[in-house]
Ligand binder design. Structure first.
Ligand code: IPD
Ligand code: CA
Ligand code: CA
Ligand code: CA
Length: 272
């Protein structure tokens, strides 16, 4: 039933909900968004779109599953009794959304008893939907319905690796991120900063980049993408065996993951 823990039911609901949010975000995006935003106050039109999308997502899920818990970037935590928790980033890559750049995503993950079992990252401007169910692989479904099973690149040496990264928004964190980057850049093929952690993780899963690291991502940035990467044969984690977190999130296929981790450990400052 609708309050059950069936992974396929959870994944299906995440897919339809992310699709609805993506359509709304494209249809309702004001044409002059960037100009309006530049002129406006802290409670601005971008924030309104983030909040509207999160409301749409939570309302839709709650309508069929009233006992579930939620963690959303915009609304925070809401408790529930079902053992299912939804982790939501309504727009991951807000700055891209603001500027009309294509790489932003709706990210929805479903957890059962604290473990992510289903994840969806929708990239509406590209007509791409990335999905994963635990133990069942990761897939890219295109607008035309064509589906591709995802597989991370394996065995890429560090010096030939294309590495995605991101920068959080606090100035202090950025100073530390720049320090880490100084140590990484000379050691890899090149760096990409797409502007969405969820898209970065899907790019690792699809083999479009070889790896990803970032100091600063939150749970909602990486919950769905993390499952997608693992189901594509890759790893995601933090420093010295700790889980992926604000401190550091590292993701790559086998071989490169260990090399990237070992490069990052001595570069990483103790705290932000
Ligand atoms: C941000 C994006 C960005 C990453 C930041 C995130 P937001 O999320 O994922 O790529 O570098 O750490 O905060 O604010 O656009 O949802
Ligand atoms: Ca985000
Ligand atoms: Ca966001
Ligand atoms: Ca944000």
């Amino acid at each position: 039933g609708p309050s059950g823990r069936n992974v396929h039911d959870l994944l299906e609901l995440a897919i339809t909900t992310a699709g609805a949010a993506g359509t709304m975000l494209i249809d309702k995006r004001p044409a002059d968004l960037r100009v309006a935003h530049t002129k406006s106050s802290p409670t601005d039109v971008v924030t309104e779109m983030d909040q509207a999308a999160e409301r749409l997502i939570i309302d839709r899920i709650r309508a069929s599953r009233p006992a579930d818990a939620f963690l959303g970037e915009e609304s925070g935590a809401a408790a529930g009794a079902s053992g299912v928790r939804w982790i939501i980033d309504p727009i991951d890559g807000t700055v891209n959304y603001l500027y009309g750049l294509p790489d932003w995503a709706v990210s929805i993950a479903a957890e059962v008893d604290g473990e992510v079992v289903a994840g969806v990252v929708a990239v509406p401007t590209r007509g791409e939907l990335y999905t994963a169910a635990r133990g069942e692989g990761a897939y890219l479904v295109r607008r035309d319905g064509s589906t591709e099973k995802l597989q991370c690149n394996a065995g890429v040496p560090l010096e030939r690796a294309l590495i995605a990264t991101g920068f959080g928004y606090s100035a202090q964190r950025r100073a530390h991120q720049a320090e880490v980057l100084l140590g990484v850049l000379p050691r890899v093929r090149d760096i990409r900063r797409a502007g969405s952690a969820a898209v970065d993780l899907c790019s690792v899963a699809a083999g479009r980049v070889d790896g990803y690291f970032e100091r600063g991502p939150h749970e909602w940035d990486i919950a769905a993408g993390g499952l997608i990467v693992r189901e594509a044969g890759g790893s995601i984690g933090g420093l010295n065996g700790r889980p992926a977190s604000v401190e550091m999130t590292i993701s790559a296929g086998p071989g490169l993951y260990e090399a990237l981790h070992d490069l990052l450990v001595p570069l990483s400052p103790e705290r932000d």
